[in-house]
Ligand binder design. Structure first.
Ligand SMILES: [Zn+2]
Length: 311
């Protein structure tokens, strides 16, 4: 956010509201630090009014309310606005999960009463911990309010993959068929194909860029670690089935050389390929959904991709 926008988050006057120093807000994701029992001083305080926290960049005190979060995104010009939400740790007590669900619903309602602007869409975020019944209940509660799309937060944060699937399925079943569904924090290409089959439309993940920076390329035949010595003389592209600018112009040997030499260009090219691979995979998925043969196509593609680390 640019400096002129920080007024949206300015510290208000008045007494500090009641606090609850655990959990994470605003990202749909579970806390990574300063959570319950971490032994670290809390950097944020969550109340029904919003979230008070200290910037990790300059120490300034900031206060986020549901209204300020919507307004900040409206000014940024986003297409989809994500409301403030509260996500509990994966080992949260049932009581803590219930508090976070109630607060997330209240914040979604307050967000819905805030001006979002033309051509912008306010989604809701479903929480509920790792409890299928609570997931269904929260999805139904938010669906009754009515949003153009629904995000599923608090998953893919370290729990077993089977638990992720179970929670994602339980939530999807309780969401409206004709509204967008966004599974936050997922994931590997083969996971995307499987969650699309479950009814999900949108995803976000650091994998294509973070793995690209580390020299791991996603390909039609699984992952390729471009740093390995076996690619030193490989004249073919990263993925023969890919027609991205990187695969059309550069060899595995060149990318391996860049990675071995520590050249930033290597990370940039691998990232460009990975982003293209993900976008192209989603483009193919849309084509096969429209053609009515998604299930068979996705099973084959997921099987080809999901063969672990390759070189
Ligand atoms: Zn490529």
């Amino acid at each position: 956010m640019r400096s002129q926008d920080t007024s949206l988050l300015a510290e208000p006057s008045g007494p500090l509201p009641s606090v609850r120093p655990t959990g994470t807000v605003g990202t749909g994701m579970a806390p990574r630090f300063a959570g319950s029992g971490s032994g670290l001083a809390p950097l944020r305080r969550v109340s029904d009014e919003g979230v008070r926290f200290q910037s990790h960049l300059d120490g300034s005190r900031l206060f986020l309310t549901p209204e300020a979060v919507v307004e900040a995104q409206r000014r940024l010009g986003v297409d989809v606005i994500m409301p403030l939400d509260e996500c509990v740790a994966h080992d949260a007590t049932p009581a803590a999960i219930e508090v976070a669900m109630r607060r997330t619903t209240a914040w979604a309602e307050r967000s819905a009463r805030t001006r979002v602007g033309a051509d912008r869409h306010l989604f809701a975020i479903v929480q509920g911990g790792l409890d299928a019944a609570r997931r269904r209940a929260h999805a139904s509660e938010l669906a009754a309010i009515g949003f153009p799309g629904y995000a599923v937060g608090g998953l893919s944060v370290g729990e077993e993959r089977g638990v992720t699937r179970e929670m994602a399925a339980a939530t999807a079943a309780a969401l409206p068929q004709d509204r967008a569904r966004y599974l936050m924090g997922v994931g590997l290409p083969q996971d995307l194909l499987r969650f699309i089959a479950m009814g999900y439309d949108l995803f976000d993940c650091v994998l294509p860029t973070r793995n690209g920076r580390n020299g791991t390329c996603f390909t039609s035949q699984g992952r390729v670690n471009i740093r390995l010595a076996r690619h030193a003389q490989a004249s073919g592209p990263v993925d023969p089935a890919c027609d991205c600018p990187v695969c059309r112009q550069y060899s595995r040997a060149y990318l391996r050389h860049l990675a071995a030499a520590g050249e930033m260009l290597g990370a940039q090219l691998a990232t460009l390929h990975n982003l293209y691979f993900y976008v192209d995979l989603m483009r193919q998925a849309r084509t096969h959904i429209a053609a009515g043969d998604y299930a068979g196509w996705a099973t084959g593609r997921a099987g080809a991709i999901d063969d672990g680390e390759r070189a």
